[in-house]
Design a protein around this ligand. Sequence first.
Ligand SMILES: CC(C)(COP(=O)([O-])OP(=O)([O-])OC[C@H]1O[C@@H](n2cnc3c(N)ncnc32)[C@H](O)[C@@H]1OP(=O)([O-])[O-])[C@@H](O)C(=O)NCCC(=O)NCCSC(=O)C[C@@](C)(O)CC(=O)[O-]
Length: 372
Amino acid sequence: MFAHRLSPRLAKSVSHARSTLAVRASCSRTYATTTNADHVNIVEVGPRDGLQNEKSVIPPEVKIELINRLNRAGLKTIEAGSFVSPKWVPQMAGTADVISRMERLPGNYYPVLVPNLKGLELLLDLLAKHPPSAGGPPPPTNEIAVFTAATEAFCKANTNCSIVESLERIHAVTRKALDHGLRVRGYVSVVISCPYEGKVSPQKVKEVTRALLDIGCYEVSLGDTVGTGTPATVREMLETVMGGAGTVPANKLAGHYHDTFGTAVANIMTSLDMGLRTFDASVGGLGGCPYSPGATGNVATEDVLYALKGSKYTTDGDLDALVDVGDWISKKLQRTNASRAGKAILARREREHLEKERENDGGAAEVISAKL
Ligand SMILES: CC(C)(COP(=O)([O-])OP(=O)([O-])OC[C@H]1O[C@@H](n2cnc3c(N)ncnc32)[C@H](O)[C@@H]1OP(=O)([O-])[O-])[C@@H](O)C(=O)NCCC(=O)NCCSC(=O)C[C@@](C)(O)CC(=O)[O-]
């Protein structure tokens, strides 16, 4: 357990949280998770993780259109933005506007990142302006995501505090969010390697994950922020997190794998073998991390869906529709589409289109020569 290493005050409050929040914390996905053991839940993080690192200011209309298109492509959970300090991540400054105006489908989840009580208070003020009404649209969000890291250096770079301090903040935020009926998801960054500290101890990942669950997160997403993970290192990390004393069950974990070295899909396959059924992904492979120089975006949503085609697994989302969304947002941001499956499917469509045109031209030429 992580709790015994925490300050006595936090250890006490974590243990209190565990008993008082147990019932609420056990609330599982009611929509995205089905009872089908072979259903894979996709948490689309493109509008947040994907866009937060873009240098040029992205107009709210583009962010809203992206989320609306992802909704229409059949995704059930779409991370819509962050209530973080605009001084730290300027790109996410307009999240309140975005989530107020985006299309919100009943039963879907639209998590937003919240680092501290200030962020939560801003979010609660917004929610107070959109009281639920019978027959009206769902509120701007129904879930927050809290985040910490498995190394001190990354935690400091990302949130300007130590891991224990971040857990204290998260504890306060989670208690208040649950009191307001919001679900709380947790993230642990740098679960394989850290840009500042190198190889990360799987035991440390387990301790932080356990602490987030004890505080009241319904699920913890394990971030290979740098994207150096391989099936072997991901397996080693998951075996530690899911084994021994204080074991964390697979249904409380999600994989959040960046694709810097092209191993993210392989890492997902390994995690599926080990029982995980929820993965974060980013349409068009959008993204990077402001505090992990050189890391590329998350695994592309299209690549995950393509890899699972024809397998025993079912997923949310329509592959062809997501290929269109990936193409659209890549063009809008004037960036290369980082989805291999997306690019291949677009190229195949182009070939088929050209062949059809040639057939039509050939047919027309035959008609003309027959008339002559
Ligand atoms: C945690 C802090 C705020 C500490 O930052 P700090 O500078 O220590 O905070 P502070 O309390 O001293 O406040 C500084 C200023 O920010 C304001 N402020 C303070 N909080 C907020 C807030 N919530 N919303 C709006 N404004 C805020 C605050 O009011 C003040 O404004 P001033 O008085 O100077 O005008 C900062 O470090 C921060 O915002 N960090 C977030 C960084 C971030 O968003 N990183 C990316 C997301 S995590 C990620 O991508 C990894 C993940 C999840 O995808 C998984 C993976 O791949 O690893």
